[in-house]
Design a protein around this ligand. Structure first.
Ligand code: ADP
Ligand code: MG
Length: 323
């Protein structure tokens, strides 16, 4: 079972940033409003993710580390319309098999917290505000072949920050902080109101990104597209900044990439690479997120309807006269 878990871990965990992504998904699924990520040595030595979410009952803590243990879906029918970031019940078990993991959690309304050592299984009383802290130390310590493939701490740190950035652009209503070696390196306050995404975009991607992009919104049948697209004079260095989300999940998807490229081609005739933050809201039954263990790929039931909605949303925004 240990070996099976380690093999599964290979599919889910490539580097520290993969762990950060999974732990952030879990914190968001738990309803967190404030998430703090603490890293050491680019995340290789330590990744700790603290949230103020619902917490885990002590008797559920060992279950959370078991393979295919998920509290999020109870039936195949629910898998058809997944509303949470997680659902495979793999991440914690996988990470626990390749690192030293601990869970510290307190449920809202409970008097005390509990600490579970993922290595020994020891559970003991502890102290904490309501919410959960997952600590992951010495990633790949038992899998030296994989540890060897990690890049410099600075590179791994950059990937970790990118993972937080992706989540932060998905959820402007949640506050995020990143610490590295005890120093606060990024902090994005929770935003509310109609311009929450704009303010989050300015915080995460810079005031210049906000100034050099236009808002977009289009509703086409079951698809609702919102976000921002970079205008022609946006900095060249932004060329790789393409953030696409489907129902709040960061995705890399050919249909979306192609639609955006077509829109930029139509309006700007190849003068500009697409730059965007796109939020696509769609009936969960019209998209399959269980395509890949990392859930970064999705499959639309009707790719054309998504393609058209994205293309028109960007085209309209780019073609509209600007003040
Ligand atoms: P999944 O997210 O697919 O359910 P995970 O392995 O990521 O699987 O997590 C296993 C279970 O642990 C979750 O279903 C959830 O019940 C619990 N859990 C993990 N992280 C948290 C958290 N930060 N707050 C509350 N519960 C959590
Ligand atoms: Mg999860």
């Amino acid at each position: 079972d240990e070996l099976i878990s380690q093999i599964a871990a290979g599919e889910v965990v490539e580097r520290p940033a993969s762990v950060v992504r999974e732990l952030l998904d879990n914190a968001l699924d738990a309803g967190a409003t404030q998430i703090t990520v603490r890293l050491s040595a680019g995340g290789v030595r330590l990744i700790a993710v603290e949230d103020d979410g619902a917490g885990i009952a002590p008797h559920e803590m060992p279950v959370a580390l078991r393979r295919h243990a998920t509290s999020k879906i109870a039936s195949l029918a629910e898998l058809e319309a997944v509303g949470t970031m997680g659902f495979r019940g793999e991440a914690l078990a996988a990470v626990n098999s390749i690192a030293e993991l601990s869970l510290l959690s307190r449920q809202a309304g409970e008097g005390g917290a509990w600490l579970l050592d993922g290595g020994t299984g020891e559970l003991r009383a502890a102290a904490r505000n309501p919410g959960t802290t997952v600590e992951v130390r010495e990633l790949f310590f038992s899998v030296p072949a994989r540890r060897k493939f990690l890049k410099s701490d600075a590179t791994e740190l950059a990937h970790c920050i990118e993972a937080v950035r992706r989540h932060a652009l998905a959820r402007p209503d949640v506050g995020f902080a990143i610490w590295h070696e005890g120093k606060l390196i990024e902090q994005w306050r929770a935003q509310a109101g109609a311009d929450a995404l704009d303010r989050r975009v300015a915080d995460v991607l810079g005031d210049d990104f906000l100034a050099q992009s236009v808002a977009l919104e289009l509703r086409a049948g079951p698809v609702h597209v919102t976000g921002r697209a970079g205008v022609p004079d946006i900095a060249r260095s932004r060329a790789d900044q393409q953030f696409a989300y489907v129902n709040g999940r960061f995705v890399r998807d050919k249909v979306i990439v192609h639609a955006a490229r077509a829109a930029y081609e139509d309006v700007l005739h190849g003068q500009r690479q697409p730059v965007y933050v796109l939020h696509i809201a769609i009936d969960p039954a019209r998209v399959d997120v269980n395509v890949h263990p990392t859930k970064i790929e999705v499959r639309f039931r009707d790719g054309r309807e998504v393609h058209q909605a994205v293309r028109h949303a960007i085209e309209n925004a780019l073609a509209a006269p600007r003040a």
